[in-house]
Design a binder for this molecule. Structure first.
Ligand code: V47
Ligand code: SF4
Length: 380
């Protein structure tokens, strides 16, 4: 494979600086933050695609993973006021919001009885009445009903708030929820770690250091997690590299992250509607540089309900080896922000076909990337 990539790179007539970075990537050596920034500022898309695809295929071959999961959004009432958020409602605007009871959420779990889903993803706003005890009871009841269902739940923002209210350390709070049934953490709430940008877009929620500490505590207990990055708003390329460098350093220490998920900022119905959205070329560049830079992350995921299914197909040639969002994805966080997919829904058959059309081999995985079903030989 290296020979093929090398002969392609020869045709690009790279400058010495780009050639030296490309050589490092092909040799499986880590690039520095300065080199990551240099790629953002100087590399053309074909070079980024070739390098990202090389890393992707070194890690996952020709496979693109997906999993069968469903979402529960307990509430969109939120004590915080992130300027990019189109979804949350304050306690005062509650008539436009929703607050599900434990029974209503269990009904959503029961609706998948008999269906081969492996994961439930639980994330929502931060409601002052939805306490640690409330969620622990929900987790216990879900596990009592369906013990084999993996529960990936609660962003570091939600956890930080509920642990503070319960006056528990991150370690003790996580132990409590883990004992109640929580298996892993999703990657939300990371946004952009740079403190000055965070102050402008989401000043009042947990800090970057707190987000990283919660994930570190989870990893030390043996729980895995994901990491996101909200890109394409008021941040610069330097901020994106800084964000990924902080994640790369934590991953060096714990190895607990499964997947990195770049999330494209969508500008409808929020306080940042005057900020234009980036174009598809910048999407491809962002994902590709993430795949090149985060050498210690096993996977890079595209969440197709947000980025759109056509871009999700393209991204599989720019570093992505995992597509999220099967079944009738009922998450509202992106549709309310103007995402590509207003009623996201792909059956397993359609997702398998979408992956095959991209020239990749679909493999259904569970949350921890154990193979559930390999579709290489089969028709669905
Ligand atoms: O943290 C909010 C983002 C995230 C907007 O871990 C927005 O498997 C774009 O983290 N434009 C929550 N993005 C969702 C999330 C997630 C999604 C899918 C899979 C996983 C996983 C995690 O949604 C928030 C925020 O970064 N978000 N508003 C917006 N206007
Ligand atoms: Fe609340 Fe999350 Fe929206 Fe921020 S992004 S306002 S924490 S729901």
């Amino acid at each position: 494979m290296i020979t093929a990539v090398n002969s392609f790179l020869d045709k690009l007539s790279l400058t010495p600086a780009l050639n030296s970075i490309a050589t490092k990537v092909l040799d499986n050596s880590r690039i520095s933050p300065d080199e990551g920034l240099y790629l953002y500022e100087h590399a053309e898309l074909p070079l980024l695609g070739a390098l990202a695809n090389h890393v992707r295929e070194r890690k996952s071959g020709n496979v693109t993973f997906f999993n069968r999961n469903f979402h529960i959004e307990p509430t969109n009432v939120c004590v915080f006021s992130c300027n990019f958020c189109s979804y949350s409602r304050t306690l005062k605007d509650r008539e436009e919001g929703w607050e599900l009871t434990i029974d209503q959420m269990l009904d959503k779990v029961r609706a998948y009885d008999g269906q081969p889903v492996t994961e439930v993803h639980i994330v929502g706003g931060v409601h002052p009445k939805m306490t640690l005890e409330f969620f622990a009871e929900l987790l216990r009841k879900i596990k009592a009903h369906r013990p084999d269902l993996h529960i990936k739940g609660f962003t570091a923002v939600e956890l930080d708030y509920m642990f503070r209210k319960a006056k528990l350390s991150y370690e003790d709070g996580l132990k409590y929820l883990n004992a109640a049934g929580l298996n892993s953490l999703p990657g939300g709430g990371a946004e952009i770690f740079d403190e000055a940008i965070r102050e402008k877009i989401c000043a009042d929620k947990c800090t970057s250091a707190e987000w990283l500490s919660i994930h570190e505590a989870a990893h030390r207990m043996g729980m895995h997690s994901n990491a996101t990055m909200l890109y394409g708003h008021i941040e610069s390329y330097r901020h994106r590299i800084d964000h990924m460098e902080r994640l790369r350093q934590l991953q060096d220490q714990t190895g607990g992250f499964n997947t990195f998920i770049p999330l494209k900022f969508r500008n409808q119905n929020n306080e940042m509607s005057d900020v234009p959205e980036v174009n598809v070329t910048d999407d491809l560049r962002c994902y590709a540089i993430a795949r090149i830079f985060l050498d210690n992350f096993p996977h890079v995921k595209a969440y197709w309900p947000m980025i759109g299914r056509q871009t999700a197909q393209l991204l599989q040639a720019y570093g992505v080896d995992d597509l999220d969002g099967t079944i009738d994805d009922s998450t509202k966080i992106y549709s309310m922000a103007g995402a590509e997919e207003q009623s996201p829904s792909l059956s397993t058959e359609q997702l398998v076909e979408l992956i095959r059309q991209s020239g990749r081999t679909p493999v259904e995985r569970d949350t921890l990337y154990n193979v559930v079903k390999d579709y290489s030989a089969e028709t669905v």
